[in-house]
Design a protein around this ligand. Structure first.
Ligand code: P6P
Length: 333
């Protein structure tokens, strides 16, 4: 079906050829992430069945303990990355502390990975789209020694690559390097990701805004004014926009990347820094969006310029099409 398209492995190896000095570690790392994504995809597709046969922690027909999908996904990514030779350690939403792969081979690796193994897990039980997010940095600590917190607390602009997997009507892996954004669709029949969306660019404008309207009376008046603008039939020459909010940032950002749109999770009452995590949600999605021609801020600062202080710190996030972000900024000044 896709016999004239490149697989993820072939694509990453071809990209490797473009850089004579490349060691192949990054392409190996991306292939490992693709493997973990396939393992998670199998579990996502049967999770409802597993739930029917036993709530998380129960036992399924194979006598296996049914793990919560978040835990399963986290273990899948960690196990693949640990057994490879291209990653020195990870930060994950599921782990309070760094997970440093302190062994001889991993300590020689020049990359670290930050993960949100399952984004939008509230959607699992209702069979709605969920995602996984990853972010890759070159280490700043000494090779040959274990990775340190400094490797993970770099501003997003230092990312070498970033991507997400979206488990939707089809399963796609989308990743960006500074050279571009490319999307791969999983052919489950043979278990290969095929390059289905080469050179993804996001439209400068779109007709969607993604905001949880339950917070309408809990945001800064500037944000409220912008929401009114999104819904306006008069002041917004392109309006009113459709409100699409999936409760899974990966799904909302993916739709906006393809069709044009804006997603925002600002600070709301009780959440002074919003809800989303800077290091493994905002930064990777901001990197991808900027390479695709869009923009991402925390309401005032470029997301990629923010110096993280803590691996789990939260940040307000406004992300999407360039012209829609320009409109937003007029309200935020
Ligand atoms: P709320 C999912 O839990 C998530 O982290 C994002 O993927 C999603 O956009 C947001 O939280 C949903 O949060 O408060 O609107 O339910």
């Amino acid at each position: 079906m896709f016999n004239n398209l490149l697989t993820l492995d072939e694509f990453t190896i071809q990209q490797l050829r473009l850089f004579p000095h490349a060691t192949g570690e990054l392409s190996g790392l991306l292939r490992g992430i693709g493997l973990a994504a396939k393992q998670v995809n199998v579990e996502v597709n049967k999770s409802a069945l597993a739930d029917i046969l036993g709530a998380a922690g129960g036992v399924n027909v194979q006598g296996e303990v049914v793990q919560k999908l978040d835990v399963f996904a986290n273990n899948a990514f960690i196990n693949v990355l640990r057994s490879g030779i291209n990653c020195a350690g990870i930060v994950s939403e599921e782990n309070e502390e760094l997970v440093v792969f302190d062994d001889i081979k991993s300590n020689q690796s020049k990359y670290v990975v930050l993960l949100d193994p399952i984004d939008g897990s509230g959607n699992i039980d209702i069979n709605i789209t969920i995602g996984s997010i990853f972010s890759i940095y070159r280490r700043v600590s000494e090779l040959g020694k274990p990775a340190t917190a400094s490797d993970f607390l770099q501003p997003g602009v230092k990312q070498v690559a970033a991507g997400y997997i979206i488990y939707g009507s089809s399963t796609m892996l989308v990743y960006a390097t500074k050279r571009g954004v490319n999307g791969f669709t999983l052919d489950t029949a043979i278990g290969e990701f095929y390059l289905s969306h080469p050179g993804m660019k996001t439209p400068d404008h779109g007709q969607y805004y993604s905001f949880d309207n339950c917070y309408y009376h809990q945001v800064d008046t500037k944000v409220k004014d912008y929401v009114d603008f999104c819904m306006s039939t008069t002041s917004n020459k392109n309006g009113p926009y459709s409100n699409r909010y999936y409760g899974c940032m990966v799904a909302d950002v993916h739709r906006n990347l393809l069709k044009g749109g804006i997603f925002f999770y600002p600070q709301v009452t009780g959440k002074p820094n919003g809800k989303l995590r800077l290091c493994y949600e905002c930064n990777p999605m901001a990197f991808i969006t900027e390479v695709a021609g869009g923009r991402a801020t925390d309401g005032s600062r470029r997301i990629l310029d923010i110096q993280p202080q803590h691996i789990h710190q939260r940040s307000p996030l406004f992300i999407g099409s360039k012209e829609m972000m320009d409109d937003l900024e007029r309200f935020m000044r």
